[in-house]
Design a protein around this ligand. Structure first.
Ligand code: BDP
Length: 687
């Protein structure tokens, strides 16, 4: 073979390898190795319980330096990089300081091995995205920064769009060889906890065999400072233990949980605790026995307390008899304020209904003054286009986190910070697919969650920029272009799916495409879109105001939010149909009618995707070819589905408004309905 051709083939081969690695290693690739030569000294003793973390630190330096020597003694004159456990630094339990030294390298100091690990990743990021500063310190703002995996023992993933479970298969723990890649990715952004099983928990996760597998996972994650937690089924004492009841005040039940917790801690000394979904969507809970959420949570908390474990008790509760679903969590939990033990924290979804593209914040934030609370976000795009739509979620999360609650002048996120135990969680989007998330652009959301759990004050754009530079390209123009698309993407999705505060218009069980028309005989009313959009001849939207027979959900917010949401003239337009049922010809302050505005948003969202496509084409050559192609292909799917959403929703609403469409649809209403039945997402994934 001619030398030129050989070199060309090699170059192509290598670029394919790099591009593949770029996605499967998430944002952790560092092909250019920015440090020429490092002699590293780390004072974590080789035989200590933190030896595993030391190995990780050394490996990270090896990934960063073209040449690495590890010094055995601090007296080695060549040392230019130091990672030191030092009790005198004032950086909290997991924080660190990084400072350039006179040897041209850096010295990282921390109180613990965990802090040293995070300092190492911080330095690594600084090198990868530019030149590190001379000196900085940092520490996480939340103590528990945790992913919730909705993985089932049979290997399926509830609302997972990236293949099967990375934890389970066939009723057993699945020991993946590359779980360290997952652990590294998490540690690099500061995530320090993982709930490995679904909130719709199978009692089986507490059986001996699974627990011994969980131990292995916990051992492998420990060097990365990641604790394992389990979601548990409240009826485990009866379902697994064979007891007659699971009543939290029954002595045998109390004893069963205590023994189970002791068994877990014997296996896993650093076990984190439990996550519980109780009396929600058909799951068992303390109310089955006439007890309260507090009775249930405190009983588990008392079993965990001697070991330092915590209970994350979910506030995602509603039932069809309970009136407006958006009000129910508040109504059920507010009377219990102050009744929870100090190792219980109430896990609240960002919005009062579910993880919709746009919701107001849950009014429980700030209102529960004597109870510890934490936010639950959703990284997996259950309601935002699965792993097919480019939808950067950090802008949505920031909107939620920064919203003023008017409880003591605190933003939503601040209300979860001023307490003894602090935590921040999100439902993961990982699966067995080679690139972990089913779409390279979906990895950004995992990254962003970790960064925000570490520091909720970083801007969404800054996070996007960091991620793009580590994952896709460092070309400045391309970075800015990709960030522009990312920053606009969530608004685009909201526009073509559920603009102006509409919500829950999606498919009945798979939550995929538009289905505002659905009617399922015998189905729960509060699972059907019509319950939420209330389209009729008069108009559209859910009246949650205090007037004209509204549900008065507005009363759960502090003034001046209450009055603002209560008045359609003052209510932010992007949320108006969440709080009001408005006539089709209602005229907004901007001079547009409701019908016109709906047209503009739905069609505007589609145009935004068309623009993303055009802009993406301009990046050809400045991003790796495999990523270019992946995004190009996904944007085609996204455009088609955006058109489907627009055409389905608008033509369905038109059957009530009888007003003309202000754009040319691609699909008829009948085609939109038929499209739902053509192929399910799961089937498409198999193609
Ligand atoms: C809904 C999901 C469902 C979850 C539930 C939950 O559709 O699969 O079990 O939330 O969070 O959004 O418990």
């Amino acid at each position: 073979m001619k030398r030129g051709l050989f070199l060309l083939l090699m170059a192509v081969f290598c670029s394919v390898l790099t591009a593949t690695a770029q996605t499967s290693n998430l944002w952790l690739n560092c092909p250019e190795k920015p440090i020429a030569s490092a002699t590293l000294y780390c004072n974590i003793p080789d035989k200590s319980q933190d030896a595993g973390t030391k190995t990780v630190i050394v490996n990270e330096f090896a990934a960063l330096a073209q040449q690495l020597k590890v010094a055995k003694s601090p007296k080695d004159k060549n040392i230019n990089y130091e990672v030191l456990i030092d009790n005198t630094v004032d950086v909290g339990a997991e924080g660190f300081s990084v400072e350039s030294n006179d040897k041209g390298g850096y010295t990282i100091k921390a109180k613990t091995a965990a802090g040293a690990l995070y300092g190492t990743y911080s330095l690594m990021r600084a090198y990868k995205i530019g030149k590190p500063m001379q000196k900085w310190t940092d520490m996480p703002r939340f103590q528990v920064r945790i992913l919730n995996h909705w993985d089932n023992p049979d290997g399926s993933v509830e609302r997972g769009y990236a293949g099967r479970s990375i934890w389970f298969d066939g009723g057993k723990i699945n020991f993946r060889s590359d779980i360290e890649t997952y652990a590294r990715a998490n540690a690099s952004v500061g995530i320090n906890g993982t709930v490995i099983d679904n909130v719709n928990a199978d009692p089986k996760v507490l059986d001996k065999e699974i627990l011994s597998g969980v131990k292995t996972i916990a051992d492998r994650l420990r060097p990365y400072n990641i604790k394992v937690y389990l979601a548990v089924n409240f009826s485990s004492p009866a379902a697994l233990g064979g007891l007659k009841t699971s009543d939290p005040l029954d002595n045998d039940v109390i004893d069963w949980w205590k023994k189970k917790v002791d068994e877990i801690y014997t296996l896993i000394p650093n076990f984190g605790g439990f996550l519980v979904k109780a009396n929600s969507e058909g799951l068992p809970g303390p109310m089955d026995f006439g007890r309260t959420h507090a009775d249930g949570a405190n009983m588990l908390a008392k079993a965990l307390k001697p070991h330092g474990g915590i209970v994350m008790w979910r506030a995602f509760v509603y039932n069809p008899q309970g009136g407006d679903r958006a009000k129910q969590a508040y109504e059920e939990f507010m009377p219990l304020d102050g009744k929870f033990d100090d190792n219980v924290i109430i896990q609240i979804k960002n919005g009062p209904v579910d993880f919709q593209p746009r919701e107001p914040f849950s009014p429980l934030f700030g209102a529960m003054k004597k109870t510890q609370t934490m936010a639950e976000l959703q990284i997996t795009q259950e309601y935002l286009g699965y792993s097919d739509h480019l939808c950067y979620l950090a802008t949505m999360w920031k909107e939620f986190m920064d919203y003023p609650t008017f409880h003591g002048n605190q933003s939503v996120v601040q209300t979860t910070l001023n307490q003894k135990l602090t935590a921040f969680s999100a439902v993961a989007n990982t699966g067995t697919m080679k690139n972990w998330c089913g779409y390279v652009m979906a990895q950004a959301n995992w990254y962003a969650f970790g960064r925000l759990a570490w520091n909720p004050w970083i801007s969404a754009r800054q996070i996007a920029k960091e991620w793009v530079m580590q994952t896709i390209t460092k070309d400045e123009k391309a970075v800015n272009t990709i960030c522009d698309i990312m920053m606009e993407s969530r608004e685009a999705v909201t526009n073509y799916m559920t603009p102006l505060g509409l919500h829950h218009l999606m498919g009945w069980s798979d939550h995929w495409g538009p289905e505002p028309w659905t009617s399922i005989p015998g189905a729960r009313e509060d699972w059907l879109p019509r319950y939420y959009h209330k389209a009729d001849k008069y108009g559209l939207g859910f009246n949650r105001s205090s007037k004209n027979g509204g549900s008065n959900a507005v009363e759960q917010y502090q003034e001046p939010l209450r009055s603002m949401y209560d008045d359609p003239r003052l209510c932010p337009k992007e949320m108006v149909l969440w709080f009001h049922h408005l006539p089709w010809n209602y005229c907004f302050n901007d001079g547009k009618t409701l019908w016109q505005s709906l047209n503009d948003h739905y069609n505007g969202g589609v145009q935004q995707v068309v623009n993303f496509q055009k802009t993406w084409q301009s990046l050809k050559g400045s991003v790796p070819e495999s990523i270019f192609k992946e995004v190009e292909g996904k944007l085609e799917v996204q455009l088609d589905e955006a058109q489907w959403w627009r055409d389905g929703c608008m033509q369905y609403f038109q059957t009530f408004s009888n007003m003309p469409l202000l754009f040319a649809p691609k699909y008829t209403l009948e085609q939109c309905k038929a499209k739902l039945r053509t192929k399910s997402y799961v089937e498409r994934q198999k193609d």
